[in-house]
Ligand binder design. Structure first.
Ligand SMILES: *[C@@H]1O[C@H](CO)[C@@H](O)[C@H](O)[C@H]1NC(C)=O
Ligand SMILES: *[C@@H]1O[C@H](CO)[C@@H](O)[C@H](O)[C@H]1NC(C)=O
Length: 554
């Protein structure tokens, strides 16, 4: 008998008891662990494989049974990735056998509850959400899927595009930008003034008056008009509306006021003003004795009317109503309308997307310029635009080359700021960044009040292929430079948006706030076509934000 250690039998018993208990507990513990851990997991792996096999054999009902068996078997400590897969796979089977989108969605959400980084489940959830009409939610889930797995991006791009569409054009809010808090002083859209100035080579009363306005006797109203012209030359557009009050009764001043209203934050105000005073203005134009001046006034008023049109249909109708024997008038108004349409200022209500609208603008503008050319000779500026429009609608390769050559010749003949920028754009479109940069540098040497933002915007294009960080930084710098010249240039704000937004399908809080601010400001003066694009950006930003929130990345 071994020597005792002095421990009483009682104590021994207790110790043995504890040891035994410990052993029992240990066994129990081990058993539990294996059931909830590796053993159960491997059980579930087997079930999953079985389910997948049935799925491959197109035996979807059986597959659902397998996945359900797995789901029911899973315990609180089961491998979450695995459980999520069972749910997601079951959702895939449900799709095949036509279960409701709600059932599919529920499985996807259950999968995401246990594994919030499961790309496939986000993707499937997005499809189910779309099917039940929740496009906005679908977009957020889709972006989360893209964030987690960039490979999904390409394959689902069409679906993504579908989720981005905006409401039909007919309900667009033309003339009324998004709800924008009051901006002081009330800004004027340089962008819209510009196309008027762009067509000055064929127009019009104000161009003539800006160079020489010398009535014999100045009435008070005429004095105001003269002062307004001075303000215009200085670029103090906002002040013109305050100066030329609704009481001014001098026809050119009234037309000028109408124009400035149409460039302001509320173009509808211009429509109301013209509706109210149109008859009176027409009467005064009719009474003008100087034939030359009478013509200028009539053209100016008609240009203003075009500027207040919001649909292609209205523009066409107006142009067709012009007397066909007045060639000069047909030439002027068609030319102006072409530039107006080219800039996206009217909507073609048959289009349902931004891309379609852009194409329609090109075609419509092209058509109008061809019509203008029947009645007169296009100015060098309009010739350049016509060549560009032709290039954009070219169908074969040889044609593209011919058009580019044509534009190059025009630019060589007249290296104006406008031509250089448009040519730089064409080079960029044809991946010739080097030539593009050269022309932009040349344009930068020309002093001009207009189009400076365009140059910055075009310059930003040069950075497209640079490394992402650099691209964002340079883009923001270009946007800021453009905004310094024109704080309400919608494109510059859009550019700013591109500078805070990388290609990532999610967005961080600081960028989100900035992006929404850019959209808001851009919407202030976006031409109708671009409003469509901005309308799409808002849900996109919101979805990017939600995607980031779901993934804890916001
Ligand atoms: C959980 O299951 C997944 C899928 O089978 C597997 O890839 C992963 O390694 C498992 N994780 C653990 C901790 O076992
Ligand atoms: C504002 O942006 C547009 C780009 O669409 C550009 O054409 C225009 O020239 C810019 N405004 C001014 C005043 O240059």
């Amino acid at each position: 008998m071994p020597e005792t250690t002095g421990i009483s039998d009682q104590t021994k018993k207790v110790l043995i008891g504890v040891a035994a208990a410990a052993t029992v507990a240990g066994v129990g513990y081990m058993a539990y662990k294996s059931l909830s851990g590796s053993d159960l997991d491997s059980d579930l792996e087997t079930i999953k494989s079985l389910g997948n096999l049935k799925f491959k054999e197109k035996n979807y009902e059986e597959a659902i049974k397998e996945f359900t068996r797995g789901i029911e078997k899973a315990g609180p400590n089961t491998n979450n990735t695995l459980v999520a897969m069972l749910y997601q796979n079951r959702a895939a089977c449900r799709e095949k056998v036509g279960h409701t989108s709600f059932d599919i969605l529920n499985d996807c959400l259950a999968a995401l509850k246990v594994d919030k980084k499961y790309a496939k489940a986000y993707l499937r959830a997005a499809k189910a959400l779309n099917d039940i009409g929740k496009k906005q939610d679908a977009l957020a889930y889709l972006l989360a899927a893209f964030t987690l797995d960039s490979n999904l991006n390409k394959a689902n791009f069409e679906f993504f595009g579908k989720l981005l569409t905006v409401e039909p054009l007919s309900d667009c809010f033309i003339g009324k930008p998004l709800k924008i808090e009051e901006v002081k002083p009330a800004p004027v859209a340089l962008f819209r003034i510009q196309q008027w100035c762009d067509t000055w080579d064929v127009l019009d009363l104000f161009k003539t008056d800006l160079t020489k306005f010398e009535p014999d006797v100045l009435s008070e109203d005429q004095k105001q008009y003269q002062l307004a012209l001075e303000l215009f030359k200085k670029g103090k557009y906002e002040e013109i509306i305050n100066l030329l009050t609704a009481e001014n009764n001098y026809a050119p001043a009234m037309i000028f006021r109408g124009k400035m209203l149409s460039y302001s934050m509320d173009p509808n105000e211009a429509t109301r003003y013209v509706d109210k005073n149109g008859a009176r203005i027409n009467e005064m134009i009719g009474n003008e004795e100087n034939e030359e001046r009478k013509k200028l006034m009539r053209d100016a008023f008609d240009v203003l009317k075009i500027e207040l049109m919001y649909t292609m249909e209205a523009v066409d109708k107006f142009l067709q109503s012009l007397p066909t024997d007045d060639k000069e008038r047909l030439f002027k108004l068609n030319s102006f309308a072409a530039v107006f349409v080219y800039n996206g200022c009217v909507l073609d209500t048959t289009c349902s997307s931004h891309e379609e609208q852009m194409m329609a603008d090109t075609n419509n503008a092209n058509r109008l310029l061809e019509e203008a050319a029947k009645h007169g000779t296009l100015t060098p500026h309009l010739t350049m635009i016509a060549a560009f429009l032709k290039l954009c609608t070219c169908e074969d390769y040889g044609d593209v080359h011919r058009r580019i050559r044509e534009m190059e010749e025009l630019t060589e003949q007249r290296s104006t700021h406008f031509n250089l920028i448009l040519m730089a754009k064409v080079y960029m479109m044809t991946n010739n960044a080097e030539s593009s940069e050269k022309l932009l540098n040349e344009a930068a040497k020309i002093k001009t009040r207009y189009l400076v933002p365009s140059r910055h915007l075009q310059t930003a294009d040069l950075h497209v292929h640079k490394p992402e960080d650099e691209r964002l930084r340079l883009t923001t710098a270009s946007a800021n430079a453009a905004l310094e010249v024109d704080p309400y240039n919608f494109s510059a704000h859009v550019l700013h948006l591109l500078g805070t937004n990388g290609p990532e399908p999610y967005i961080k809080k600081s960028n989100y706030d900035q992006a929404m601010e850019s959209i808001r400001k851009a919407a202030l003066f976006a031409p109708p076509r671009e409003l469509l694009m901005l309308k799409r950006m808002i849900p996109l930003m919101n979805a990017k934000k939600r995607a980031a929130e779901m993934l804890d990345m916001y």
